[in-house]
Design a protein around this ligand. Structure first.
Ligand SMILES: [Zn+2]
Length: 373
């Protein structure tokens, strides 16, 4: 294992943050996996899974079982982790500029398509290397002006040439679920099965505020379509956002289980030597992100849930009541679709319009920006 330190741009005087990456296995084998944890800072299950993964990867490396490089960033957001406000940990958004830590990643499709247009030839493998080189040059050309921009640049430099990318997050209260770009479903589905995912949510681009995982897998299918009649482009990076259940589901037992599931997947993909354990039965079918329903509080009140995350629900079913004791209002919040409750808020006080919970269904019901800002 090799450790690398990546200093971030210093935002002020007398302070300097850094990212740490651990590198396992041969860097010259032509295969690379990138895994990072807690990009939203206050999403801790990923950090604990990373801690368990480190031990498993070290053991695999010692056995000589790694067939490629695995890069592990055990905590991807030192800026967010330093945001303690009134005794609370504030993740997700950077307090300085209110930007989401998991948005505003580069649009590599726009950045490289004209650069590589005259270079691509008949060999998909050569084209892959040319496209990755162009991505690397685009990243080198960035001149970060802020600490947050420099953090994004470091994470992208570490991950843009990986074949597989796992971005470990969690939701407020949730069952295991994953986000993936639709053309990469086949590559990611075995991971969903090993992890026991209850939802595998796919999109073909979720909007203009590009998330980390989408920045890495999105350009490949877009370039493949763009050059369809001129040159072969492989789906060279399968990336996914893994939502490791809810924020407080932090335990060694669960983290060890998730880390082992990830190792099983790496074995199934041939990055770790040896036969992979049999794939467990899939607990869900891939469903479109456009088929998810966000349920909101119609007025302020106390949230009283009548349902749990993981419940399979029917259209019309009441999932919660919003209770306003000052005005004697109790308003049911019902889902409009059949599906599974994959996430819900951890607050039990709702301001008007607050998102209460989310249901994943099979049928598209929305379009436009599919992710929150
Ligand atoms: Zn997150």
């Amino acid at each position: 294992m090799q450790q690398q330190i990546h200093p971030l741009l210093s935002p002020s005087l007398g302070t300097q943050r850094q990212l740490v990456s651990w590198h396992f296995g041969p860097a010259d084998a032509g295969r690379k996996v990138y895994i990072q944890a807690s990009l939203h800072a206050d999403e801790l299950p990923g950090m604990l899974v990373a801690d368990h993964l480190r031990g498993l990867l070290q053991a695999a490396e010692a056995r000589g079982d790694l067939r490629g490089e695995v890069v592990l960033v055990p905590m991807a957001n030192p800026i967010g982790l330093s945001q303690t406000l009134m005794h609370h940990q504030v993740g997700r958004f950077e307090l300085g500029g209110m930007e989401n830590f998991n948005r505003h990643y580069p649009d590599f499709f726009a950045l490289v398509k004209d650069v590589v247009a005259d270079q691509l030839g008949p060999d998909a493998e050569v084209n892959k290397r040319l496209i990755r080189a162009a991505m690397g040059q685009a990243l080198d050309a960035q001149k970060p002006a802020t600490e947050l921009q420099s953090q994004r640049q470091v994470l992208m430099k570490l991950s843009h040439d990986a074949d597989l990318v796992l971005d470990l997050h969690c939701d407020y209260e949730a069952v295991m679920h994953l986000y993936v770009e639709q053309p990469m479903i086949e590559q990611i589905a075995p991971l969903a099965r090993y992890l026991g995912a209850r939802a595998l949510l796919w999109a073909r681009g979720s909007g203009p505020l590009i998330s980390f995982d989408e920045a890495l897998s999105g350009p490949w299918w877009r370039l493949q379509e763009h050059f369809r009649d001129r040159a072969p482009v492989p789906l060279a990076c399968a990336s996914t956002t893994v939502e490791l259940r809810g924020q407080t589901e932090v335990s060694d037992a669960v983290a060890a289980q998730d880390a082992q599931a990830i190792m099983n997947y790496l074995q199934e993909r041939g990055v770790v030597a040896g036969p992979a354990p049999a794939l467990p039965e899939a607990l869900c079918e891939p469903t479109p992100l456009t088929g998810t329903e966000d349920l909101h509080a119609p007025h302020p009140g106390v949230v009283v849930f009548h349902s749990q995350v993981g419940d399979v629900v029917k259209a019309g079913q009441v999932l919660a009541d919003i209770v306003d004791p000052m005005n004697q209002r109790r308003t049911p919040v019902a889902t409009r679709i059949d599906g599974v409750i994959y996430a819900r808020h951890n607050l039990r006080w709702a301001t008007a319009g607050m998102e209460v919970c989310r249901v994943a269904g099979h049928t598209p019901i929305r379009s436009g920006n599919l992710l929150s800002p």
